[in-house]
Each structure stands twice: as structure tokens, then as C-alpha cells.
Design a protein around this ligand. Structure first.
Ligand SMILES: N[C@@H](CCC(=O)N[C@@H](CS)C(=O)NCC(=O)O)C(=O)O
Length: 308
């Protein structure tokens, strides 16, 4: 479209730059329909709604216009989510453990998103599926149109945007708060990683293979995990408790989000009793964090999921 012939219409309330409308002008739906009609009769191009919104947002920056854009975007994303809920069939493929798949299952529960929960055995993964998979890792989400999604954080954000969209708000500032808290939880997980992987994959940390079974490794593991519980957990517990307090119950607000879906199973794994050298009482010094975990687990959608 030539720039002189660029006639942009914001579909709901404001029109711009139409040859016979010199200033941004608010119109009702009926007038808008009429103008679209007239534009068509004169051979004037009318851009599609989404396209026009994008272009306009880079050209005009009044508060009123931006407010209108925000309303439209919200309506668009609601519509998208409704469409997704109606149409999409999807399969979440992961192992039969919580790990990196559980936050996604929890977000799906919060958002009322239906999916097939495919839990595969490690030997089937190694022998058959891994070589053919996208990045050689799980979880993966498969959509009914053949789209294959990998990377748990990206899948979590995608699922959190579907259904009722409750766990990953559409508003940009609220999304930022959720992402910020999610990144903090991710960082906490990264701090824990060497306490596990140094002994599971010692070659990656400069030790010979089989090092994990040696007495030296066992002593080092005890020291590292003790440090983690006494220092790292303490630091992060204070940060998480602060966020929960400031935000009225959860990490990024008074309702659970994908950030909580990420953090809660991670904290629970520390007290589950299957990790050597990490006492099941390690969260006892943090009663507010324990109350937060209970609050999350008693959210009706989560409680229903956990009962299954
Ligand atoms: N960055 C990836 C990491 C995924 C990952 O490490 N997956 C592990 C299970 S938690 C896995 O697939 N392990 C089996 C393998 O690597 O063959 C993500 O967040 O999805």
C-alpha cells in the first residue's frame, strides 16, 4: 500500500487519516461501518484490524489511543485463548516424575486446559524417542496440527496463556512480575543443580566417570548440600517470602501464576525425603514459605489436580 493511500482504521472507536477525516476521530460502530463502506467504494484500502493496530501504535502515542489498544489487545488475546481452548488437542510428553513437567501440568490445571498427560519410561525414551525428538530432551508438547514444542519454560508460558489465561496474565506489567519471579525460581534451581549433577554426570564437572560412587564424592556431596541448605536456601527463602508478602499471597500477585507452578514443586522436592543429605525439615525455619505452599496446594483447581 502506498503511504499516501494509507488509511488506517482502528476498528472500535477511532479512525485516522482517511481522506475525508483529517483528524483522529471517534466514531460509533455504525458510522465506522459506513466509512469502511465509503472507503471501499472509493477504492481506498482498509487495513485489517490487527495490522492497523500495530501500525497505529507506532505512530500515535496518546494515552487515550494506547488505552484503546490495550482494550483491543486484551479482547484479542481472550478470543485467541477461547479459540485455543475449543480447538487445540495436545499431548504433554514427559517422564512419570514431577521434574520439569510438573509446573506445566499445574498451569494447565489452573487454566482449565485439557491435554493428554503422556508419561513415558526412560528406556522407551532413550531407545526410541530421544533420537527422533526436537532437542533430545523432555518435556515436549505436541499440538494436533503437528507443532512440536520443547523447553519447559517456553511451554509453561504457552500453556499459561491458554484456557482462562489465569496463570500468565495478558497485561505486560503483570507478565513482567510473573517472569521476574519465575526467573528467581529458575535461579534457585540452577543454584541447586551442582548438588545433583556433579554426582550424576561427574565428567561435566571435571571428574572422571564413576566419581559419584567414591567416598570422596559422598563427602563432597554432603558438604555441598549442607551449604545449600544453610546458606543458599536461606537466602532464597527470604526473597520468596518477601515477594509473597508484598504481593498478597503468591509470588506475583494474590492469585497463583506460572511462577508459583514452578517454585512449589521445587520446594516440595527438598522436603520429600528422597534427597540424601537434605533433611525433610529443611523448610521448618520458614513458616511463611510453608504456609505459601499450603495456600497454593489448596487453590481449588490445584487441589482437584492433586487429588487425581
Ligand atoms: N532446558 C530444558 C531441559 C530439559 C531437561 O533437562 N530434560 C531432562 C529431564 S528433566 C531430560 O530430557 N533428560 C533425558 C535426556 O536428556 O535424555 C527444559 O527446560 O525443557
Amino acid at each position: 500500500m502506498e503511504s499516501s493511500k494509507k488509511h488506517l482504521i482502528q476498528s472500535q472507536v477511532t479512525i485516522y487519516n482517511l481522506s475525508f477525516v483529517r483528524r483522529p476521530t471517534r466514531v460509533c460502530q455504525t458510522c465506522l461501518g459506513l466509512l469502511v463502506c465509503l472507503s471501499g467504494n472509493r477504492g481506498i484500502e482498509v487495513q485489517s484490524r490487527n495490522d492497523s493496530l500495530i501500525r497505529l501504535s507506532s505512530v500515535f502515542h496518546t494515552k487515550k489511543i494506547n488505552a484503546n489498544f490495550a482494550k483491543d489487545r486484551k479482547a484479542d488475546s481472550k478470543r485467541e485463548r477461547r479459540k485455543d481452548r475449543r480447538k487445540r488437542k495436545m499431548k504433554l510428553i514427559y517422564f512419570d516424575i514431577k521434574g520439569a513437567g510438573e509446573p506445566i501440568r499445574l498451569a494447565a490445571a489452573l487454566n482449565g486446559v485439557q491435554y493428554e498427560d503422556v508419561r513415558i519410561k526412560m528406556e522407551d525414551w532413550r531407545n526410541e524417542l530421544k533420537p527422533k525428538s526436537k532437542f533430545g530432551q523432555l518435556p515436549m508438547l505436541e499440538l494436533d496440527d503437528g507443532t512440536v514444542m520443547a523447553q519447559s519454560g517456553a511451554i509453561l508460558r504457552y500453556v499459561g496463556s491458554l484456557g482462562n489465561g489465569n496463570s500468565y496474565a495478558a497485561d505486560a506489567l503483570q507478565r513482567f512480575k510473573i517472569d521476574e519471579a519465575y526467573d528467581l525460581s529458575l535461579e534457585f534451581g540452577t543454584a541447586w543443580s551442582p548438588c545433583l549433577y556433579m554426582f550424576w554426570s561427574p565428567e561435566k564437572y571435571g571428574f572422571e566417570s564413576g566419581y559419584g560412587e567414591t567416598d570422596d564424592a559422598k563427602a563432597r556431596r554432603t558438604t555441598m548440600r549442607k551449604y545449600f541448605v544453610e546458606h543458599t536456601l536461606k537466602d532464597y527463602a527470604a526473597k520468596f517470602e518477601k515477594l509473597v508478602k508484598e504481593n498478597g499471597g503468591f509470588l506475583a500477585g494474590d492469585k497463583p501464576s506460572i511462577a508459583d507452578c514452578h517454585l512449589v514443586p521445587r520446594l516440595e522436592s527438598l522436603t520429600a525425603g528422597f534427597i540424601d543429605d537434605v533433611p525433610t525439615t529443611c523448610l521448618d525455619p520458614y513458616p511463611e514459605l510453608k504456609a505459601y505452599i499450603s495456600r497454593f496446594n489448596s487453590t481449588p483447581e490445584i487441589a482437584a489436580y492433586l487429588k487425581k
